[in-house]
Design a protein around this ligand. Structure first.
Ligand SMILES: Nc1ncnc2c1ncn2[C@@H]1O[C@H](COP(=O)(O)OP(=O)(O)OP(=O)(O)O)[C@@H](O)[C@H]1O
Ligand SMILES: [Mg+2]
Length: 453
């Protein structure tokens, strides 16, 4: 039973409404039909009774010797058989049910007859279910009138057009409910789509605040929330850049003062540290600048982008041509921000080259049956891998495994946090795993990027 229970709110509501409608319509039709059957039975019994009494009056008024003759004339209505006999005719039908007896007697007694002509005894057989009724009435002067009449089976509705009209009405009501349900659940779908869009892009356009009051209120609340998130992100980024900016002057001052240190070794170390500090501040400032400039989302070919990154990396390492490769479809279109995505992916490839000695990029297209569709990019190297307890920490800003912030061996340690930021802003994510499942060093690392297709 539960297997047929639909999942979506719209289908569930529609199903409940349609079942309710079918129930109400079915009950209405049954009540109507039962009432009509009852009414028809009454009308038929009344008509039959009136005819029988007509016959009876004629027989009772006629002289006894003419009675047989009268009935042979064939003036009886169709479906009626009447005989006059000395004794009541032996019935072929069961004795009528009490309610039928009462009904017939009441209707018979409604006929206008002088009291001395009224039948002294009445026997009633058959009924509506049998389709026939047999009434024997005692005539004056010891004779009996036996009348048998057909009772047509009652029909629950009079004409087929009633059924058609009923079906049309039901269909109209069903269509109306389906439309109403769609209309009711549409705002939920719109809100879900908007939330999804906001997850991919904080600067997604606001929801239109139109329509019924509830929809407008929900849209306004959603827009307000999106606005607060945007402001929060902006404030944080501005704070970061402000700090970075203000640190520059003291660093420059310190560099100047370092020149006055006499000890060569100490001076060299101080200057190196200050250079590192300066690089970190510059990276922070660059990050803040990037975050502030909101690049528009557009259609782009991810396969071509990856091939470009791989080609560019190969160009900068002419000594190791077969250490860089791309594997995957030659075209795959997605909607994303080209420059940010390129920076994020390039950092993964550069990390693989710098710390793993090679970078093999795999693009795995989304599984068409998966819901929602997600594509995967893997950047695989053959370096030492990353200690298990560091797999997540390397995403922290300025966290590096190599302690020396040497420009030659690496950067400032901001690359992975920026990359994760970018992928998450696209509604995706990135994780680092070791290719060796036993957690031992060696075997290389693998960066796994997931992006909505
Ligand atoms: N494929 C890898 N294999 C081994 N270690 C890695 C790998 N990728 C990253 N790491 C470690 O994670 C650290 C952080 O990487 P991240 O890209 O954030 O900074 P970075 O490369 O040092 O500097 P930059 O900001 O220039 O990218 C690196 O310093 C390195 O120690
Ligand atoms: Mg890096």
């Amino acid at each position: 039973m539960l297997r047929f229970w639909p999942r979506s709110l719209a289908s569930q509501t529609a199903l409940v409404l349609l079942l309710g409608l079918a129930l109400v319509q079915g009950a209405g039709l049954t009540i109507h039909a039962l009432d009509r059957l009852d009414l028809q039975r009454l009308a038929q019994v009344r008509e039959v009774s009136a005819r029988i009494m007509g016959l009876y009056r004629q027989m009772a008024a006629a002289p006894p010797q003419e009675r047989d003759y009268d009935l042979g004339e064939g003036w009886l209505p169709p479906g009626y058989v009447a005989t006059v006999s000395q004794n009541p005719k032996t019935p072929t039908l069961e004795v009528a049910q009490p309610w039928m007896q009462r009904l017939v007697v009441v209707n018979l007694s409604m006929a206008p007859l002088p009291p001395q002509l009224r039948p002294r005894e009445v026997r009633i057989f058959g009924g509506v279910e049998e389709g026939r009724i047999m009434v024997s009435l005692a005539l004056p002067a010891r004779a009996w009138l036996n009348v048998e009449a057909r009772i047509d089976p009652p029909r629950p509705w009079h004409s087929p057009s009633f059924l058609y009209a009923f079906l049309a009405m039901t269909l109209a009501a069903a269509l109306l409910s389906l439309w109403a349900v769609r209309r009711l659940t549409e705002p939920v779908r719109t809100l879900a789509a908007a939330a999804e869009a906001l997850g991919r892009d904080v600067n997604a356009p606001p929801l239109p605040e139109t329509g019924p009051t509830e929809v407008r209120t929900a849209a306004a609340a959603f827009n307000l929330m999106a606005d607060r998130i945007r402001r929060f992100v902006k404030d944080r980024t501005e704070l970061l850049t402000a700090i970075g900016h203000d640190l520059r002057t003291p660093i420059t001052r310190m560099k100047l003062r370092t020149e006055f240190i006499d000890d060569d070794e100490t001076r060299r170390k101080m200057l190196a540290d200050l250079d590192d500090l300066e690089a970190m501040v510059s990276a922070t400032l660059a990050f803040g600048r990037d975050a502030a400039t909101s690049e528009p989302v557009a259609s782009l070919d991810l396969a071509e982008l990856l091939q470009t990154i791989v080609d560019e990396t190969a160009d900068t390492h002419p000594d190791k041509p077969d250490h860089v490769s791309y594997n995957g479809p030659s075209h795959l279109t997605i909607t994303a921000r080209l420059l940010s995505l390129k920076r994020a992916l390039a950092n993964l490839v550069n990390n693989a080259m710098a710390y793993g000695g090679s970078a093999h990029v795999h693009l795995i297209p989304p599984d068409p049956h998966a819901e929602p569709p997600v594509l995967t990019i893997e950047v695989i190297d053959s370096g030492p891998g990353i200690p298990v307890d560091q797999l997540d920490r390397v995403f922290e800003p300025f966290h590096r495994l190599e302690v020396s912030r040497n420009r030659e061996t690496g950067g400032t340690g901001l690359g992975l946090s920026i990359a994760r930021n970018i992928f998450r802003a696209h509604g995706g994510d990135v994780v680092l795993v070791n290719r060796r499942a036993d957690g031992q060093p060696g075997g290389g690392a693998k960066a796994v990027v997931t992006l909505p297709a």
